[in-house]
Design a protein around this ligand. Structure first.
Ligand SMILES: [Ca+2]
Ligand SMILES: [Ca+2]
Ligand SMILES: [Ca+2]
Length: 713
């Protein structure tokens, strides 16, 4: 940890300690230190009156605060003066010598606080007391007090063997007023303190809303979407990580950029945004994970160094709150990307864990993840493979958190609740879901739902097999005796057939064949359906992909069961064959871009046509009740044609699609959708002429690679 990092993290917890920490970490350089007025004064007096030259005091802290930090490096005698006051001189020398001996000893043992997690909490939470994890040094045998009303210590604090962490429970009185309180830590060597803030709870109305199939979700890679604040592109905390020419460096996108584009998203029909992680990631080049042989950065957000801070390239907590509020005002929900399986490789815990079992293993000695995920639901697993999969470090360097350690579990649960409670966000996309024990998820989900019953979580289980993926959905007790409580999953089993059918032009019936396995899920209707994301190449870079195919894929995702999720830039047919290139900058989101695809004028003809098409289907989804909440009823399946209805008790919408490269005429029964003879239907997409139910059937003619969305005329 360098000095700048240390200063920054301390600053978040306590401005008062900020200065101290800075001085502590300043490199010592004998005989070249900056002397303050007091040390100047002492130096002047000593040399003029006593013939002593003070070589260096490192700083003024020893004199000006209660922290005995000053290190007196030494002194020497002026050769010029040999006066009768030699006795006095010796006395002065003795005093200085005493200071020289005592000060370093005290500075080495005085308690220090680097960080308090969480830095705040709110009244009337179901979590009370709140457990604070205080990171510092010399915390052995510490006594903890709080000053200010409405906050009290519960029970005896716990410390670790090295005296680098304290676990302290604090109870917040229900009527406590909002504002800062002080937490004081005292040992035989001194006292230090840090701030803790009591907040008022956010109003329930308009916050913590959860997501549902009525939403249109849009995934934004924060660093690559829009740069609304160039001043944070190369922040002092982490200089040198910004380079738009390097696909593994920060490009400048930030929370202000998302705020600036909310109008665009609203126009497109988006009602929920999923932002890639905004945790503070490491402030340095990652020299452990090499990309194309070179160090990379944590621009993606999945390598936290601090679970309680916002990445400085993206903004800060105030900006995040502003974003959530601005989105909510426009009827757009906010979904956090959360990580509970691992930390980044440079998290301070890695070399100084709060408990001996904080991680599964240590940096030097740990299992490597073998990704044999089928073992996770095998009733007869090979135990070592299962352990390597659950507890192994991702890529051999991402420290795997041990959620069986009750302190880790409590830390992670509080951390999740804190982001929700302080911002009002609406849902969570949880990274690497399957590598974390179900028993932990049960507790985590229960804690979330206790305070935020409407809240929803979607887990990332990246697997194309419904049998595998459905195992992780909650709502049923599995063979391991646990119901994880998980609401939703990213629908990767459907993602691959969508790509094959609509991008590559392969058989369309693999899509309804996959949907036929829905009975394995407890709640298929809340699955998040997608045709693109930040971990895969773009749709338009698949072999055979066309704009027409992309339109079909979007039509399907926006009209079938589940919560439709779009990926930023797919609406303008952005390309990128692999993970790195699928994360390109949105054109127009960054200063100096040649064109602005956020506006109609900046889009090419193809881009505009596609954007307009997706906008139209998204708005139909938001307008037509059956597309938001209706049951899915299959009406017709053949190699390259698929027709289905979404029905509610009040009506139905019929979707017909032709994935073939030639026009077709299909006839199919619509009585399962409750459509009566004589009913006239109009295609809201304009691909088909009006049709009428005759003999219980619809006859539909569709051009090549097109779709119709029929509603009653
Ligand atoms: Ca920026
Ligand atoms: Ca950072
Ligand atoms: Ca794990």
């Amino acid at each position: 940890m360098n000095a700048i990092q240390s200063v920054k993290r301390t600053k978040e917890s306590s401005p008062a300690i900020h200065r101290w920490d800075h001085f502590r970490t300043s490199p010592l350089s004998p005989c070249s230190g900056r002397l303050n007025w007091l040390s100047h004064f002492i130096q002047t007096v000593l040399s003029a009156r006593l013939g002593i030259s003070v070589v260096r005091f490192t700083d003024s802290q020893f004199f000006s605060s209660s922290y005995p930090s000053t290190q007196v490096l030494g002194y020497c005698q002026s050769s010029a003066s040999r006066t009768p006051i030699i006795v006095l001189r010796h006395l002065a020398c003795a005093i200085i010598m005493s200071l020289a001996c005592v000060a370093p000893a005290l500075s080495q043992t005085a308690p220090e606080i680097f960080k308090v997690d969480p830095p705040s909490w709110w009244t009337r939470s179901s979590v009370n007391p709140v457990r604070l994890l205080i990171r510092g040094k010399n915390l052995e045998a510490a006594r903890v007090r709080v000053s200010g009303t409405g906050l009290r210590i519960v029970g005896a604090p716990k410390t670790n063997d090295r005296g680098t962490y304290l676990f302290v429970d604090v109870a917040i009185a229900p009527q406590a007023g909002p504002g800062q309180r002080q937490i004081q830590i005292t040992t035989a060597s001194g006292t230090t303190q840090s701030a803790f803030e009591i907040l008022s709870p956010l109003t329930r109305a308009g916050n913590f809303q959860g997501f549902s199939p009525a939403d249109v979700m849009y995934l934004i890679m924060v660093d690559r979407f829009s740069d609304g604040d160039p001043s944070n592109n190369d922040p002092a905390q982490s200089r040198g990580l910004y380079d738009r020419e390097n696909k593994y460096y920060y490009h400048g996108g930030d929370l202000q950029g998302v705020i600036d584009r909310l109008g665009y998203l609203k126009e497109l029909g988006v009602t929920a945004i999923w932002l890639t992680p905004w945790y503070d990631n490491y402030d340095r080049l990652n020299e452990i994970e090499l990309k194309e042989g070179k160090p990379c950065t944590g621009f993606h957000g999945y390598n936290p160094q601090d679970f309680y801070a916002v990445e400085e390239h993206f903004g800060d907590l105030a900006k995040l709150r502003e974003l959530v509020n601005a989105a909510h005002r426009l009827g757009i929900k906010v979904i956090q990307d959360d990580v509970a399986n691992h930390t980044g490789p440079y998290h301070p815990w890695v070399d100084d864990p709060p408990t001996p079992t904080w991680f599964n293993g240590t940096r030097e000695r740990h299992l490597n993840n073998v990704f044999q995920t089928w073992e996770l639901h095998d009733p007869r697993p090979v135990e070592i493979l299962k352990r390597e999969t659950m507890e192994g470090w991702f890529l051999d360097f991402l420290p795997d958190l041990n959620q069986h350690d009750p302190e880790v579990a409590r830390y992670l649960i509080q951390n999740t609740l804190w982001w929700v409670g302080v911002t009002g966000l609406d849902g969570i996309r949880m990274d690497t879901w399957q590598y974390v024990p179900n028993s932990f998820w049960r507790e985590w989900n229960a804690a979330l739902k206790r305070d935020y019953p409407s809240f929803r979580v979607v887990g990332e289980v990246k697997d194309g097999d419904v049998v595998h993926t459905s195992f992780f959905q909650g709502g049923v007790t599995r063979f391991d005796g646990v119901d994880s409580g998980l609401d939703s999953l990213l629908d990767f089993p459907l993602f691959y057939p969508i790509r094959h059918a609509f991008a590559e032009g392969k058989k369309l019936d693999d899509v309804p064949k996959t949907l036929a396995k829905d009975y394995l899920y407890t709640k298929p209707n809340i699955l998040v359906t997608l045709l693109g994301g930040h971990d895969d190449g773009r749709f338009m870079s698949e072999k055979g992909a066309t704009i027409d195919g992309l339109k079909l894929a979007n039509t399907f995702v926006l009209t079938t069961r589940g919560v439709p999720q779009l990926y930023y830039g797919d609406e303008i047919a952005m390309t990128g064959p692999d993970e790195a290139t699928a994360r390109k900058d949105f054109p127009g989101g960054f200063p100096g871009d040649r064109r602005n695809a956020f506006s109609r004028e900046g889009r090419s003809r193809d881009e505009q046509e596609l954007f307009e098409y997706i906008r139209r289907v998204a708005h139909l989804h938001n307008e037509l009740e059956p597309l938001k909440r209706g049951a899915l009823v299959n009406l017709h399946v053949s190699d390259q044609q698929y027709a289905y209805a979404r029905t509610t008790k009040d009506g139905a919408v019929v979707v017909a699609m032709n994935n073939d490269t030639k026009p077709i005429m299909i006839a199919f029964e619509v009585s399962p959708a409750g459509l009566a003879n004589g009913m006239r239907l109009v295609d809201r997409l304009g691909a088909s002429r009006d049709v009428q139910v005759e003999n219980g059937k619809l006859n539909v003619a569709l051009p090549s690679r097109s779709a119709a969305i029929f509603v009653q005329k």
